[in-house]
Design a protein around this ligand. Structure first.
Ligand code: MN3
Length: 202
């Protein structure tokens, strides 16, 4: 088996009250685990079995839909867990400057990001990316697609992402996706976002 489920870098209840422990248990232990299993099954016997997940995702147009959905699911969730933390610090000066340059203010940035998550119809993700011009941009993707994929409408390197599938919030927030999105701002691991930002802008 090529790919394995990464351990959560904190306890299931670490993000309470913003994300509840049961949601984290099911989201990580059932949903993410299923993406990993289904990805391994979809790749079995294929030459891509030995490629990195990044490589697979970047060339996703050449692969079957099961690899797109489950490879995207594995990539997206593996990143998502590291973007959350009960004590994730704050945005660096460099990142804050880039946010001002791209969006005018931190408030406008948040508003646009929230809007990308709230208006994604059905299931998907909202993203903050560094694009080819090394500038910040906000976008959203359907299902388990992401901005690294060669089929993405808006391409770039994700440095922040939010899962807006109902499985990410329904137990606690039911239909109130905007409340879940608001709560997300309390548990962002800015230390990791800062690191991804400096990697992507090198
Ligand atoms: Mn999910």
């Amino acid at each position: 088996m090529a790919f394995t489920l990464p351990a959560l870098p904190y306890a299931f209840d670490a993000l309470e009250p913003h994300i509840d422990a049961l949601t984290m248990q099911i989201h990580h232990g059932k949903h993410h685990a299923a993406y990993v299993n289904n990805l391994n099954n979809a790749l079995a016997g294929k030459p891509e079995e030995n490629q990195s997940l990044d490589e697979i995702v970047r060339n996703i147009s050449k692969l079957p839909m099961a690899v797109r959905n489950n490879g995207g699911g594995h990539w997206n969730h593996s990143m998502f867990w590291t973007l959350l933390s009960p004590n994730g610090g704050q945005a660096s000066d460099d990142l804050t400057d880039a946010i001002h340059a791209a969006f005018g203010s931190v408030d406008t940035f948040k508003e646009q990001f929230n809007n990308a998550g709230a208006t994604r119809f059905g299931s998907g993700w909202a993203w903050l990316i560094v694009n080819a011009d090394k500038k910040l941009a906000i976008c959203s993707t359907p299902n388990q697609d992401n901005p690294l994929m060669d089929i993405a409408e808006v391409k770039g390197t994700p440095i922040l992402g939010l899962d807006v599938w109902e499985h990410a919030y329904y137990l606690k927030y039911q239909n109130r996706r905007p409340d879940y999105i608001q709560a997300f701002w309390n548990i962002i691991n800015w230390n990791e976002v800062n690191r991804l930002f400096s990697e992507a802008t090198k």
